[in-house]
Design a protein around this ligand. Structure first.
Ligand code: GRF
Length: 207
């Protein structure tokens, strides 16, 4: 008998191409997870439309001055939908530590660089690729990691490398990385929900 699928919440703020990649993966009945709810902090996020098109409940939880209050509202929505895992997919806010603790070891994020390089507060979107090009490094990539209280610093689940080419612009590099993100995220989610990769083991081996 097939195991019940893991129940994912996906948090978004923007266009949602990673959400789309996850939704597409879940169309395979053998994929071990399903998206049960999508939450955006921004009403205009195109990702909400993608969720609706896939028949997944989608909500806006507007950002609050007090991140703790946002965390409480968010948790209410996730609980109502029985979400077990939280996947950040282009979600641009920093979650409050109490929320992170509540879902300890069950929150994933995708970042468009080879963390720990080019990560941390303020490093998101085009800024990451800009910094990579400015640094003149020959390789970049993307990382899926567990979320902990420290931004972009949780244990790494999986990474993919891509070359940085001499005539790259932010756009060409971003496109090359994004293509890999869309393959990496569904695969990293699979590894985590099946227990192939475990937060506690990764966290311990870093101590
Ligand atoms: C991706 O590059 C992801 O790594 C970063 O934000 C971007 C989101 O893009 N965290 P999309 O909304 O999934 O298209």
């Amino acid at each position: 008998m097939r195991r019940p699928r893991a129940r994912l919440a996906v948090l978004v703020s923007g266009r949602g191409t990673n959400l789309q990649a996850i939704l597409d993966a879940t169309r395979d009945p053998d994929y071990p997870a399903e998206v049960v709810v999508v939450v955006s902090d921004r009403p205009g996020a195109y990702a909400l439309e993608r969720a609706r098109q896939a028949g997944v409940p989608a909500y806006v939880v507007p950002w609050r001055k007090d991140p703790k209050e946002f965390g409480v509202r968010l948790a209410e929505v996730l609980e109502r939908h029985g979400a077990q895992w939280v996947c950040l997919a282009g979600f641009l806010r920093i979650l409050d530590p109490e929320f992170v603790e509540r879902y300890r070891g069950r929150i994933l994020n995708i970042h468009p660089s080879l963390l720990p390089a080019f990560g941390g507060k303020g490093m998101y979107g085009e800024r990451v690729h800009q910094a990579v090009l400015q640094a003149g490094v020959r390789e970049s990539g993307c990382t899926v990691h567990f979320v902990t209280a420290e931004v972009d610093a949780g244990p790494v689940v999986a990474q993919v490398r891509v070359p940085v080419l001499p005539d790259d612009t932010v756009e060409t590099l971003a496109r090359r990385v994004a293509e890999q993100e869309h393959r990496l995220y569904p695969e990293a989610i699979r590894r985590v929900v099946t227990g192939e990769v475990r937060f506690e083991e990764l966290a311990q081996s870093r101590r």
